[in-house]
Design a binder for this molecule. Structure first.
Ligand code: PEP
Ligand code: MN
Length: 263
């Protein structure tokens, strides 16, 4: 169901009035974690100013350490929904387990499956049953074949609203958090009919390198970008080192817009 052979033309994922994979580039931006109403409102303002139509933000956070901030949960979902509605944006947020799926569905327009859950097959089947748009992140050490099979678990439950998200994979390199696999974009485009967006923030993990990889993602044919921003990255509760402040985000978006026009 996921393959280009099965479905030769591009699938367009509709999120309300927003279409992903239509040839029109889609921008998603927001903080790694929702930290409070003021913070997510400010992030939404900045995101929108740069042209984003989808607001990202985690309320359930898959943290490496169990002692790190785990997210505001339902309170956070309420805040991101309010901020997105205020700025007329869509919400993308991660769902970590089946237990909270119904709850997350009440607030989200797009369900994000995190890298650590790419092969959580029960969760994939459960989001498949909802029929909601699903952004499927590539696993930390996921091959493209494994990623396509993960998408198949969603599609064969009747949900053809899948968006692939390239977010880098683990390699021996340590100068960047992950190795951002740009080549995955044309490969997925060839093998599958579903749209693919690039997440250069997790791809490189250092804010300084994010704009270059964002532009490269657009040049490689991505249908959109998802990036982390924060009004004050130094104070962010998670992933501050890879978050763009307002000025850096707006500068990057100018370059992204130029690249999009050139494409
Ligand atoms: C995130 O989007 O903040 C996140 C946790 O991403 P990933 O699952 O790609 O690590
Ligand atoms: Mn993050």
């Amino acid at each position: 169901l996921t393959s280009r052979e099965f479905h030769p033309s591009d699938t367009i994922v509709e999120v309300g009035d927003l279409k992903i994979g239509e040839g029109h580039f889609v921008m998603m931006a927001g903080p790694c974690s929702i930290e409070g109403l003021d913070q997510i409102m400010e992030c939404a303002r900045i995101a929108k100013a740069g042209g984003a139509t989808v607001l990202r933000g985690g309320a359930f956070k898959p943290r490496t350490s169990p002692y790190a901030f785990q997210g505001l949960e339902e309170e956070g979902l309420k805040y991101i929904r309010r901020a997105a509605d205020y700025y007329d944006m869509k919400v993308i947020t991660e769902v970590m387990d089946e237990a909270n799926l119904e709850l997350v569905c009440q607030y989200a327009d797009i369900l994000q499956i995190g890298a650590r859950n790419m092969q959580n097959f029960k969760l994939l089947q459960a989001v498949g049953k909802t029929g909601k748009p699903v952004a499927l992140k590539r696993g930390i050490a996921g091959t493209i074949d494994e990623w396509l099979n993960a998408a198949e678990y969603i599609a064969n439950q009747g949900n053809m609203n899948i968006i692939f998200v390239e977010r880098g994979i683990r390699t021996y390199e340590t100068a960047t958090r992950n190795t951002f696999d740009l080549s995955a974009i044309p490969v997925i485009k060839k093998l599958s009919h579903f749209p693919i967006i690039a997440d250069p923030s997790h791809g490189v993990g250092v804010w300084d390198y994010v704009p270059a990889m964002a532009i490269a993602g657009v040049a490689a044919g991505a249908d959109g970008l998802i990036v982390e921003i924060h009004p004050n990255p130094a104070e962010a509760w998670s992933d501050g080192q890879q978050s763009l402040n307002e000025k850096n985000y707006l500068n990057m978006m100018q370059q992204v817009d130029i690249m999009n026009e050139a494409m």
